[in-house]
Ligand binder design. Sequence first.
Ligand code: MN
Length: 234
Amino acid sequence: MTDYVLTPPATPSLPVQGSALRFAVNRIFCVGRNYHAHAIEMGRPVDKEQAKPFYFTKANSTLVESGATVPYPCATQNYHYEMELVVAIGAPGFRVKETDAAALIYGYAAGLDMTRRDLQLVARETGRPWDLGKDFEQSAVCGAIVPMGELGVLQGGAIHLEVNGQTRQRGDLNQLIWNIPELLADLSQFYHLQAGDLIYTGTPEGVGAVQTGDHISGHVQGVGDVALTIGAAE
Ligand code: MN
């Protein structure tokens, strides 16, 4: 028994489909440009022959469970959705080969990488870290974890997002520039991946702003749904 001077924060976690147990979330890694059409809409096309994937992180305290209502965040006038497949890590891995990557995967979820786009772009243009644009409170939205099971290593499947019932993003996991084994092999060159880590794998084209009162719903074929409602500004 360890006593603390302050009460430690609760462990962030997500429901697991088909289980009464929850998935405790450790770190949250996010892949930057990983769909060509989105890279182009952001003005930074990717040449896979020349480029490597890049990453940013969100604290696990930013995690929000699907279905929540979050306040329109402070300090932005350009609050964006990014619909993403999330890979949940279930076993440790370091310098993993692509052919061994499947053993690290616990399952998948549908997620939203919510972004203060104005702050992210200022950071990008000035060569500063992306934290203010990406790693802010309630910015990592995630649905239930679906155990990998017979899904195996996903190689395709529709991914789409609607705002107030209107389609805004539509893509397919087969359009990922770096697929799941390639991401796990690359990311594990830089980190010892651990059970509980989440990897947001990037967003297809069509990112855009939302306002107070908007309702976002997203779906990844074979994986599930994610939803978020935007409340009043703080
Ligand atoms: Mn993203």
